[in-house]
Design a protein around this ligand. Structure first.
Ligand SMILES: [Zn+2]
Length: 471
């Protein structure tokens, strides 16, 4: 191949030109199975910190970093913008993957004028494939919903859940409250409804282990989201749920399957500016990714994509001390954390004294913060404003995150989603087009093509969508 031929290759093939023709052919093929993994709200900087943290805390690296170093994998970044904002929420981001159309934040597969879009798992099911959603959020939360529901508001989780019946074969995560008759707004017995449709309802690890893999499963392991990994509650891990589901799918899907796996609490910990909670959930996600990669290696006909739907608060390890020699020492302190900011917040209550703040942080994080720092956290937790100059960070956990950044070296830019290109890495047949800069709307046409589905959802330009903006 001469220089001119290389430059005339379509986008993506340039990087693949270093592979053997057989390797390129394998990447350009059509997968039988599709596994789409999402570390929700994972800013790109988390990848390096997770690798570093895993080495310190577990004496081994991460599967995602190893995959990025695999020459046969496809490596890219992804523009995840929403229709109405360069900063995306999970429902619009997952809907762009799930429908091929950009929509406004807070909606699920619905255009601003109310036009309903058909989500990818419904199409896959019609085409004879098995389908699955596995998450550490409520199963009805924005990211799983984007693959299998259509709803004007992401907050109507009780209505989103009903749309999974007979469309999603294996649904595992949290969110009993959106199915229990006693807790639903409309008092509808969604548990009985799913059971009547042939679903096994499971609520504990023992029940999951005992469930038949031949029949559909609705697995709901907590009232709301599955607890943070760092809080060590006895529930199935994301890797446990993924292992069960892949085993079930491999036995029951002669025509192939499509599955979404979401590490949701990475996003929640980022909103809380809790780097310890974030990194432990990122490692739990990485374990689940490892389960998927091992399955793909055994099957040979499975595409695995790992990515994020948007950045969140852009955490970064800063240079600390003279010539930055203290950065590593600061970062290592994160390993001593015993609980999430969520737990710490409960321990502090609404009007903690500064001494109570010091006591809780010492016990939960092994760090002796100063009286002044404890005073700032206590003031913010008691409702005082202006404790932080950055208004986004002017909340109790934002102030606590800033205080602990003095010890951990890791600081956050805010407490909201951020606009970075997210990392997207993929392996297996069908991974070739996911090289380079990928649009979130590219995912749907590629995955439906792999499944032999010809379908295009309606879409709007940003200018057309802006006519429907409120205010
Ligand atoms: Zn979020």
């Amino acid at each position: 191949m001469n220089r001119r031929q290389i430059f005339s290759l379509p986008l993506g093939l340039g990087a693949a030109a270093m592979l053997t023709p057989a390797q390129v052919k394998a990447k350009a093929g059509k997968p039988k199975n599709i596994i789409f993994c999402v570390a929700d709200g994972m800013s790109p900087g988390v990848l390096m910190m997770a690798e570093y943290f895993s080495q310190i805390a577990r004496g081994k690296g991460t599967r995602w970093a190893a995959l990025m170093n695999d020459m046969t994998a496809s490596r890219g970044v992804q523009d995840v913008a929403a229709l109405n904002s360069p900063v995306t929420d999970s429902s619009s981001s997952s809907s762009a993957w799930g429908s091929g159309s950009r929509i406004n934040n807070a909606a699920v597969n619905t255009l601003p004028d109310g036009t309903k879009l058909t989500p990818i798992l419904h199409l896959a099911k019609q085409a004879g494939r098995k389908t699955a959603l596995v998450t550490t959020a409520t199963v009805t939360h924005a990211t799983p919903a984007g693959f299998a529901a259509t709803q004007p508001s992401r907050d109507d989780e009780h209505l989103i859940g009903l749309q999974y019946k007979n469309k999603v074969d294996y649904v595992l995560g949290g969110g009993q409250r959106f199915f229990l008759q006693s807790k639903r707004k409309d008092k509808f017995d969604a548990m009985a409804d799913f059971a009547g449709a042939g679903y096994q309802i499971v609520k504990t690890r023992a029940e999951l282990n005992a469930a038949s893999k031949a029949k559909p499963v609705l697995g709901l392991f907590s009232d709301s989201h599955v607890p943070y990994t760092i809080d060590k509650v006895d529930v199935p891990t994301l890797a446990d749920m993924t292992t069960f589901t892949l085993d079930a799918l491999s036995k029951s899907s002669p025509r192939g399957f499509i599955m979404q796996v979401e590490g949701a609490r990475v996003d929640h910990a980022a909103h809380d500016n809790d780097i310890a909670g974030l990194l432990w959930d990122q490692l739990a996600y990485d374990d689940a990714l490892g389960v998927c990669l091992d399955f793909a290696a055994r099957s040979g006909d499975t595409l695995v994509i790992t990515t994020s739907d948007h950045g969140n608060s852009s955490p970064g390890l800063n240079g600390m001390g003279l010539e930055y020699v203290d950065s590593g020492k600061c970062f290592e302190r994160i390993v001593k954390a015993k609980s999430s900011f969520n737990t710490i917040s409960q321990l502090l209550g609404t009007k903690p004294s500064a001494s109570r703040v010091r006591e809780v942080i010492e016990a939960q994080r092994g760090i002796a913060i100063t009286a002044q720092e404890a005073g700032w956290v206590a003031a913010s937790a008691s409702g005082q404003k202006g404790v932080s100059i950055n208004q986004i960070l002017d909340k109790p956990m934002g102030v606590l995150g800033q205080v602990l950044s003095n010890y951990y070296g890791v600081a956050f830019t805010g407490m909201n989603h951020t606009s970075e290109y997210t990392t997207i890495t993929s392996t297996g047949p069908g991974s070739l087009p996911f090289e380079g800069l990928v649009q979130n709307t590219d995912v749907f046409p590629r995955l439906t093509k792999y499944m032999g589905i010809q379908f295009k959802n309606p879409s709007m330009t940003a200018a057309q969508g802006a006519k429907f903006n409120k205010g």
